[in-house]
Design a protein around this ligand. Structure first.
Ligand SMILES: O=C(O)CCC(=O)C(=O)O
Ligand SMILES: [Fe+2]
Length: 339
């Protein structure tokens, strides 16, 4: 079982095992990254709220991605968080597995794509630790207890990220003319933290760390490792690299918010490439609803010129379909006929 993790065997190979070789049309070099382009960077510390709001809205409409600086999350906590997840992924496989097997219902899990993404024949060059992190503190008893300060640091980090997430969602609510508390209840009740680890890869031109996908979230807030360019966003048919800015967060609109905004905000497609020299660790904070929540366009986002684009769907049905079907297919299925 331990051998399932990419980190357990990647250094035994000088070439990529066949099951990790992407088909030619899916390889990174097939669609190179646009030069000189980047996603917007937004200073959340700016004092004119209306201006910040416009920037967030514009970036969410045009890119579905932006970075935030002066966001209020303490730098020490950011460093501690990245380090604790690096230390976690560096532990022996057996120990990692046992630290993530405390909940029989699977609220905490360590996996490689082989295990989670049954629909994908070709695998991805990463391991992921994922667990629930609701504000209530529920499920914390199932979190890893190693490395020693894991629970303390990750608890504080997820609390801070919730605050930041709600601040961003308040700006978005105001921009979309939703009520200020629109996202306060069930829509954001079920956050998850995912710590991805991408080991160095001997043949980066043949592999991907993560496939082209949209996130099954309201929004995602990502902490990237310094100095490694690997995340790319698709915009108007071009891949744009997301350059790491020290201590900044990458924010992206998820498919759920695309549905809620009736297509006004973009749940943009993105992917992760690999490199041959350095391991990369990232921490994604997924803001998601509780299972029974119905996802549909907000009334204010529906007009006669812009009728509902998607069928209503419960989050649990959405997630089941999302895991088993291709996203493009799911979107087409959700899209109502425009008759
Ligand atoms: O690790 C990254 O850069 C991106 C991760 C991601 O896209 C995700 O968790 O959905
Ligand atoms: Fe993603």
């Amino acid at each position: 079982m331990d051998q399932m993790l990419v980190s357990s065997w990647f250094n035994l190979h000088s070439s990529v095992p066949l099951s990790y070789v992407q088909p030619p049309e899916g390889r990174p070099n097939q669609h190179p990254v646009a030069t000189g382009k980047s996603i917007p960077v937004i200073d959340l510390g700016e004092h004119v709220r209306a201006e910040t709001l416009q920037k967030v809205l514009k970036a969410s409409e045009e890119y579905g991605f932006f970075q935030v600086i002066n966001h209020g999350v303490p730098v020490d906590l950011i460093e501690d968080t990245l380090n604790i997840f690096k230390e976690f992924h560096a532990m022996p496989a057996k120990e990692k597995m046992s630290e993530c097997s405390k909940d029989p219902n699977g609220s905490c899990k360590l996996y490689a794509s082989r295990e989670i993404n049954k629909k994908d024949v070709i695998q991805f060059w990463k391991d992921t630790l994922r667990h629930a992190c609701p504000a209530s503190g529920e499920f914390m008893e199932y979190w890893p207890q190693k490395p020693a300060r894991y629970r303390e640091i990750v608890r504080e980090y997820t609390q801070e990220l919730r605050k930041l997430g709600m601040k961003i969602l308040e700006l978005i609510s105001e921009g979309l003319r939703l009520t200020p508390d629109f996202f306060n209840g069930v829509l954001t009740e079920n956050p998850t933290v995912l710590a991805h680890h991408y080991p160095p890869c001997p043949e980066p031109s043949l592999t991907l760390g993560a496939p082209k996908h949209r996130d099954p979230t309201i929004i995602t807030i990502l902490l990237q490792d310094k100095e490694i360019n690997a995340l790319q966003v698709l915009r108007n048919g071009e891949w744009i690299g997301v350059e790491p800015i020290p201590n900044a967060f990458v924010v992206n609109i998820g498919l759920l918010l695309q549905i809620i905004s009736n297509g006004r905000l973009v749940g943009a497609e993105h992917r992760v490439v690999t490199n041959s020299t350095a391991a990369r660790t990232t921490v994604a904070y997924f803001i998601s609803p509780s299972n029974k929540t119905i996802i549909e366009a907000a009334k204010i986002c529906i007009t006669s010129a812009n009728p509902p684009k998607y069928k209503a769907i419960s989050f649990e049905d959405f997630r089941r379909d999302f895991l088993t079907k291709d996203t493009a297919f799911l979107e087409a299925e959700l899209r109502q006929s425009q008759l």
